[in-house]
Design a protein around this ligand. Structure first.
Ligand SMILES: Cc1cc2nc3c(=O)[nH]c(=O)nc-3n(C[C@H](O)[C@H](O)[C@H](O)COP(=O)(O)OP(=O)(O)OC[C@H]3O[C@@H](n4cnc5c(N)ncnc54)[C@H](O)[C@@H]3O)c2cc1C
Length: 542
């Protein structure tokens, strides 16, 4: 009797639903996900946002990426000036590429299928490092790197091997912990409590500086300076820099390779956008988000400055957390502890630099390098302060020789593209336009003068066809990051964890270098995967 009634109760609505489904040509059982325009709206098409969207789309979530600029990529873009093409940012990418062990970034590119849409260029040299009395070029693999160092500093042989082991062990420990951000209590607590035993290298160095590592491994101050040269990429002077970033990044570059993307980093960004569209997602440029629409303490959609609204079940922000929290959502939706945490963290630096197009082939003039660091001294605290105070004449400079990458995209035959880069502080640059441009011209020439100590041709006006400066204000305009910061938070031992990819609002996530996985392009894409992974976990997708 009961059985009969239940059968009738079930069968009537099912029959109606089935009839309606045939009539409307739609799947009524999917109605839950179709209440919103999209499953996920991603604010910003930098590499973090694009990576998050690709990982979500490959798992069948319907995504929309909204980008304020007229092209995708954020920092990872390119632009043309006359016959020259400039990569706006990428010098060297860590995280791996074809032919290397499948770990880190390259593994993620394979999951989304973006790897098939790009060509990698592996750079043979890591960098050339110049200090008073030292000029050394280091290959981009451990064997070559160690041999070059041992040749110059044979008395440091044991320390060089110890440095290699320390980098590799710390990286391996970090890889073992890579899913920790997904674990809930009590599993998270259990994994954390086992860290001293299971991940001893990570545990040993998590609160140390890179200077501590150098002091453990080496005696000679010159080798310390050369090995830590990439501080000019990572933001903090070596005595204040988290040991973890120095160790993990060095291991990744030297085991997984030093990479560039054929056709500039824009090709990588475009590949992501193309893949997202292939997977049924939408990517819209010239679409600036002005508000995250909230309901019952959750995000229900976003609004753009042109008045369009898009409803969604989740929001991923590729923006800085300050814009997200205070401008797009509203501080009133967050617990005080989160606001206090944001206020307490120090952002990293921004950058100043010069894009140059030359009418000579620098390789033919004897400069075969791809990345050169010129340092007027070994005192990284002093050098850092010089740059941040606009004293570029007395700071270091990173010189990237793009036309030596073996990619014809940059310059026609017989010509060259070079970029000069230094740190910079947003507040150094005046708001007044006339003052700003006058100061920029002056500082562009100062930075060129420093770089010309290595490549005198750079200061010869007869060779210069294009000379264009960029400042923190330029970077702010194109990325909307607070003070034009491109790395997120400053990477000291106290701050290496930055902020989590999830936020106190249960359906809003952060996928940018302001969240956990280090600095740089590889990290931005890993942060994208992390934000996507947290959403996929909520959706029960393995
Ligand atoms: C000159 C330079 C050199 C660099 N060199 C290297 C290098 O050699 N190797 C390396 O690994 N890294 C390098 N980096 C760093 C690297 O490029 C960045 O750390 C990384 O690309 C940042 O990615 P992201 O996803 O965090 O955000 P971003 O690139 O900052 O992108 C954020 C995006 O969000 C968009 N956005 C923000 N707000 C809104 C809104 N309200 N609505 C819509 N869109 C919005 C922005 O327009 C932007 O497209 C360099 C950076 C620069 C500037």
């Amino acid at each position: 009797m009961w059985k009969l009634r239940i059968d009738k109760m079930i069968s009537l609505p099912v029959c109606i639903a089935f009839a309606l489904m045939l009539f409307c040509g739609r799947d009524l059982f999917a109605v839950e996900t179709q209440k919103s325009d999209y499953d996920v709206v991603v604010i910003g098409a930098g590499l973090g946002g694009l990576s998050a969207a690709a990982h979500l789309a490959v798992n069948n979530l319907k995504v929309l990426v909204l980008e304020q600029h007229d092209k995708v990529g954020g920092c990872a873009t390119s632009f043309d000036r006359g016959e020259f093409t400039f990569d706006a940012s990428l010098h060297e990418m860590a995280g791996g590429g074809p032919g290397k062990e499948d770990r880190g970034l390259y593994q993620l590119l394979k999951i989304t299928g973006v790897d098939k849409k790009i060509e990698f260029i592996e750079l043979p040299d890591f960098y050339r490092s110049i200090f008073p009395g030292v000029d050394i070029t280091l290959p981009s693999n451990w064997e070559g790197f160690k041999n070059a160092l041992k040749k110059q500093w044979p008395q440091e042989s044991r320390g060089i091997d110890q440095f290699h082991i320390t980098c590799s062990r710390t990286f391996d420990d970090l890889m073992e912990l890579r899913d920790l951000f997904r674990y809930k209590m009590p599993r998270a607590l259990l994994v954390k409590s086992m860290v001293p035993l299971r991940q001893p290298a990570f545990f040993r160095y998590k609160n140390k500086t890179f200077q501590d590592v150098l002091d453990e491994c080496f005696q000679d101050e010159d080798i310390k300076a050369v090995v830590s040269q990439l501080w000019v990429y990572y933001g903090a002077p070596v005595p204040f820099q988290s040991a973890l970033i120095g160790l993990a990044a060095t291991e990744s570059y030297l085991s997984d390779g030093v990479w560039h993307i054929k056709g500039t980093s824009q090709a990588l960004s475009n590949a992501y956008a193309e893949r997202i569209r292939e997977l049924g997602g939408d990517v819209k440029t010239n679409s600036r988000v002005s508000q995250v629409i909230m309901g019952n303490g959750k995000a229900t959609g976003v609004q753009t400055t042109d008045g369009k609204t898009y409803s969604c079940r989740y929001v991923v922000a590729n923006t800085d957390p300050f814009q997200l929290t205070f401008d797009l959502v509203g501080g009133e939706f967050y617990p005080e502890s989160y606001i206090e945490k944001l206020d307490s963290l120090q952002p990293a630096n921004s950058l100043f630099g010069v894009y140059m197009g030359l009418n000579i082939d620098l390789a033919e003039h004897g400069y075969k390098d791809t990345e050169i660091f010129y340092n007027p001294s070994r005192n990284t605290i002093q050098l850092h302060d010089n740059m941040m105070n606009g004293n570029f004449k007395n700071g270091p400079v990173a010189i990237t020789l793009y036309s030596n990458f073996g990619d014809p995209v940059y310059a026609p035959k017989g010509k060259s593209v070079v970029t000069l880069t230094a740190y910079s502080d947003y507040d150094f640059w005046p708001e007044d336009r006339a003052e700003y441009y006058a100061l920029k011209d002056q500082k562009v020439d100062e930075l060129i003068t420093v770089a010309a100590k290595v490549i005198p041709e750079l200061a010869n006006p007869e060779f210069i066809e294009v000379k264009e400066g960029f400042t923190p204000r330029t970077l702010k305009r194109y990325t909307m990051n607070k003070d034009g910061v491109v790395y997120g938070f400053y990477l000291s031992p106290e701050q290496w964890q930055k902020i989590p990819n999830d936020t106190p609002i249960p359906n809003i996530f952060i996928a940018s270098n302001w969240s956990q996985a280090w600095h740089g392009m590889g990290s931005a894409q890993i942060n994208g995967w992390r934000a996507a992974r947290l959403i996929l976990d909520k959706e029960g997708i393995r």
